[in-house]
Design a protein. Sequence first.
Length: 148
Amino acid sequence: MRKRGFEVVARFKDKKIVLPLRKTSGSAGYDFQAAETKELKPKEITFVSTGIKAYMQKNEVLQMYPRSSLSFKKKLIKANSVGIIDSDYYNNPDNEGEIMLILYNFGNEIVTINKGERIAQGIFTEYLSVDNDNIDIKRLGGFGSTGS
């Protein structure tokens, strides 16, 4: 039985996307790469595709953090701080569960993220729920589909 892992989404199947990897045995995070080259204008928020989707157990979440070099070297921050990838985001009907980063260019120059550049780290973790948490509503959409 598969527990957790990564797959390439259909729209990037033939684009030589590298599945996320840990760089050392002590690394907590799996490095995600940009799926395509993207320019980020100053003071602009932009989605950057990874071409990856993640599957996991129902009581797990994939937390997405920006690589530290993004802010220091490129003047980019993750606009929503930490990205939360829920287990039911996988294979949703809107976007197949593709993981995208929302980046903000706080610098004064255009920044280019090149295809294959490492841009984020993903960490799987378990979470707890409260007593009487009997939610059985299924996700119907993709990014931002659980409401405002």
